[in-house]
Design a protein around this ligand. Structure first.
Ligand SMILES: [Cu+2]
Length: 150
């Protein structure tokens, strides 16, 4: 946990140097002249989060995705069955989270302030990555941990 801030910084720096302004927009990223106070940390959720099963049997959980290029929580626990994950973009940077179950479900582009709900049905217990197509090289990836339902 303690090494995360440094790895975030290094990864963000590496990505910024590769892609220029495309990732960070007009504020210019870390150290940029017009950078506002980060808002993504305001919605940090405890991790792991356990999906809550509704009366319809569907397990639901919300995951915040922000300008820090992380998922909050970054670990979601559920049991086999239908799982509904709502990704809420709390920043301005677009993200594209997929849930790499079998078959993989790609949520598509989610702009700042938008939400996208992905529904997966998992029959095999296991650990399934939830990478952001845009920022996985910066470490933006969550994990869906599925155990056997009783
Ligand atoms: Cu992203």
């Amino acid at each position: 946990m303690t090494r995360r801030p440094m790895s975030v910084f290094v990864a963000a720096l590496a990505l910024a140097s590769m892609t220029g302004c495309a990732v960070w927009g007009t504020e210019g990223g870390p150290g940029g002249a017009g950078a506002a106070t980060p808002t993504a940390t305001a919605t940090v959720a405890p991790s792991p989060a356990i999906a809550t099963k509704g009366s319809d049997g569907v397990q639901r959980v919300e995951v915040a995705i922000g300008d820090d290029l992380r998922l909050h929580p970054d670990v979601v626990r559920a049991t086999t069955g239908t799982i509904e994950i709502t990704f809420r973009n709390t920043g301005v940077t677009p993200h594209d989270i997929s849930v790499d179950t079998v078959p993989e479900v790609d949520g598509g582009n989610v702009n700042g302030g938008q939400t996208r709900t992905i529904t997966v049905t998992v029959t095999q217990p296991g650990t399934y990555p939830m990478p952001c197509a845009y920022h996985v090289t910066s470490g933006m990836q969550g994990t869906l941990e599925v155990s056997a339902a009783n």
